[in-house]
Design a protein around this ligand. Structure first.
Ligand code: UDX
Length: 431
């Protein structure tokens, strides 16, 4: 098939590389020529394990074409997928400006045949019908099209695996013809097929991200109680999560969820529900608890750190990504800076993106050891593999004071006490 992906962020670029790898010809439309030139040269711009290799492989096979031109890509495409951003507005609504601008360009350029226009961006219920309206008004009389929602569930850091082997592929449309085209496109991929109506598909994506966020906030809420009562949150959630109806996944407390999806999608679903007069108290609490998790971690550091010169490990919102959007680390670091702390940070991939936001308000270290050298304490935000079995004796010898604040519960409290650390983590018993 010949298809087009509009957008080359996580969703657009990963999907484009995967569909190209399956033998399709894939156009990728972007707006920024400099970024497109980097992509054409095999630089994926974002850090995602395995993506660079897949990009290079499919560029040299000439199955990936990067362009700014809708005219070049759309007329020959059987499927056009929209994968552009839907950032939150100030009130938490999803901003559909880019999605609708893309729909306009698609409408103007549809070829004189049948095309399926499928939205992969996370968009509030009703958006695909708006896209349909926009395109209908602009398309040439010879062009026919139908819309379908095909939400993307990939996680950063494991995006290729999630796309090749998803748990499910959701296709929502009123049209069996459009559904059949998308079923054919996704045929080689694993996962259950969930074929539903347009509105259901749109809500499935928000409901999935919201329940995962709810599990995380629930874990954080239980950690707050554990800290006050002498219980250990890891023991508690182990005991809870072994119930198959509940499960252990996404029940890990920490400094709250971040990234480009959960924070904005929870707010967007609150907005959608409220606009239909549905009481959204549950998700409002999920968002509040997430903010509390960050505030309490900052407070723990401010209250207990023996000095204000600290080293930080981890800036990205989770391991295996360079993404720092809505990263708890950045939020907590800002609070610490406001409280007179000075910060030296190390992250294997997230330092360039952090520099673009925090500039020289903090210092950047070359290695985890550089970050802790002569510091009053170490603060950990991201559980990168390289921190898991790091030489803690060396860390202790470099730190001015043996204090560690661990926002990811990476180490055993008893062992840390034995090693002579003042170790603070999330919701656990400390000796
Ligand atoms: C998420 C969804 O998982 C994915 O299906 C969707 O397509 C996009 O949003 P992503 O944002 O890449 O993916 O990361 P994810 O692994 O889900 O983690 C999100 C945040 O939750 C991270 O900040 C992570 O540290 C945090 N988290 C996750 C916890 O604090 N505890 C957990 O138990 C799990």
């Amino acid at each position: 098939m010949t298809i087009t992906l509009v957008g080359h962020g996580y969703v657009g670029l990963v999907s484009a590389c995967v569909f190209a790898d399956l033998g399709n010809t894939v156009y990728v439309i972007g707006r920024n020529q400099e970024k497109l030139d980097r992509l054409k040269s095999g630089d994926p711009i974002i850090y995602e394990p395995g993506l660079e290799e897949l990009l290079k492989k499919n560029l040299s096979a000439k199955r990936l074409i990067f362009t700014t031109s809708y005219k070049e890509a759309i007329p020959s495409s059987e499927v056009v997928m929209i994968g552009v951003g839907t950032p939150p507005t100030e009130t938490g609504e999803a901003d559909l400006t880019s999605v609708l601008a893309v729909a306009t360009e698609i409408g103007k350029n549809l070829g004189p045949h049948y095309t399926v226009v499928s939205c992969k961006s996370t968009v509030p219920v009703g958006t695909n019908r708006k896209i349909e309206e926009v395109i209908s008004k602009l398309k040439s009389p010879q062009a026919s099209f139908e819309v379908a929602s095909c939400p993307e569930f990939l996680r950063e850091g494991t995006a290729l695996n999630d796309t090749f082997q998803p748990d499910r592929i959701v296709i929502g449309s009123d049209s069996q013809k459009a559904i059949n085209v998308l079923l054919k496109l996704h045929e080689p991929l694993e996962g259950e097929r969930v074929v539903v109506g347009l509105e259901s598909a749109e809500i499935i994506k928000y409901a999935s991200n919201s329940i995962l966020s709810t599990k995380i906030s629930f874990a954080n809420l239980i950690s707050f109680i554990c800290e006050k009562t002498g219980a250990d949150v890891e023991e508690v959630l182990q005991g809870v999560g072994l119930d198959k109806r509940i499960g252990r996944l996404f029940l890990y407390p920490g400094t709250g969820y971040g990234g480009s999806c959960f924070p904005k999608d929870v707010l967007a679903l609150i907005n959608t529900g409220s606009s239909f007069d549905v009481d959204m108290t549950l998700l409002k609490s999920v968002d509040t608890i997430n903010k509390q998790a960050q505030a309490l971690f900052a407070e723990k550091i401010i209250t207990n750190a023996p000095g204000k010169n600290i080293g930080v490990w981890g800036l990205a919102f989770k391991p295996n990504t360079d993404d720092v959007r809505f990263a708890p680390a950045l939020h907590v670091i800002k609070t610490l800076l406001d409280n007179g702390f000075s910060v030296t940070a190390y992250d294997p991939e997230g330092m360039d993106n952090t520099r673009a936001i925090l500039g020289d308000a903090i210092s950047y270290a070359q290695s985890p050891f550089d970050a802790v050298d002569s510091k009053d304490a170490l603060v950990i935000f991201t559980d990168w593999n390289e921190f898991k079995q790091i030489d803690l004796a060396k860390v202790k010898s470099l730190l001015k004071q043996p204090y560690i604040f661990d926002g990811r519960n990476m180490y055993e409290p008893a062992k840390m006490a034995e090693a002579g650390f003042h170790y603070f983590s999330i919701g656990r018993k400390h000796t």
